[in-house]
Design a protein around this ligand. Sequence first.
Ligand SMILES: CC(C)(COP(=O)(O)OP(=O)(O)OC[C@H]1O[C@@H](n2cnc3c(N)ncnc32)[C@H](O)[C@@H]1OP(=O)(O)O)[C@@H](O)C(=O)NCCC(=O)NCCS
Length: 177
Amino acid sequence: MQPEIEIREAGPADVESLSRIGHVSFRAAYEEWSEPDDLIAHLEDFFSPDAIRGEMDLPGHTYLIAIRDADPVGFVKIRENARPNEVPATRALELHQVYVLPQQQRFGIGGLLIAAAARYARDKAADGIWLSVWRDASWAVNCYRKYGFEEVGTTEFQLGRTVYSDLLMWRPAELTR
Ligand SMILES: CC(C)(COP(=O)(O)OP(=O)(O)OC[C@H]1O[C@@H](n2cnc3c(N)ncnc32)[C@H](O)[C@@H]1OP(=O)(O)O)[C@@H](O)C(=O)NCCC(=O)NCCS
């Protein structure tokens, strides 16, 4: 049975929750693939409360948070960012981070966050959402395919001294799954 999930825009009062979800989920997914120093630097740069507060204050940056039984369990960050040429849309928003706590995964919460991001994009008159994902993150690539994303190209992501090969993916905003 699908759990009852509320998804709403996150604000300053949610920063600690976003930070905790980001730390726990990123570490669980990527620790075994990362150099320890790089991992710690990445967690600080992207998921410390100060980093999240700073991002939240930037124009065109929005966090949506998922709440299950009053507990924050996941989030998606959307940003207005230059679209890569491979993305076949006139105006697309970037889905920059999607994180669900490990023990809350595979209940459809990631899908609800993606659907909420697509609704947000439609409200902003965007015709699509795009993202980049490490090509070996099979769990995430599977998830994005399940919710209608298609591969349109490749790019790179640098974490410390390591360069990872990423897929570029996109989906039209009007898809409802
Ligand atoms: C990607 C992520 C947000 C998906 O969240 P979720 O709540 O599990 O998503 P949903 O339950 O809506 O969708 C699950 C689908 O994702 C894929 N998936 C999720 N976990 C998977 C796993 N361990 N192995 C294979 N496929 C997996 C499957 O397609 C699955 O569908 P299924 O359950 O019908 O087989 C979550 O796995 C996560 O936070 N991972 C760690 C952080 C991360 O890698 N984020 C993406 C960065 S680009």
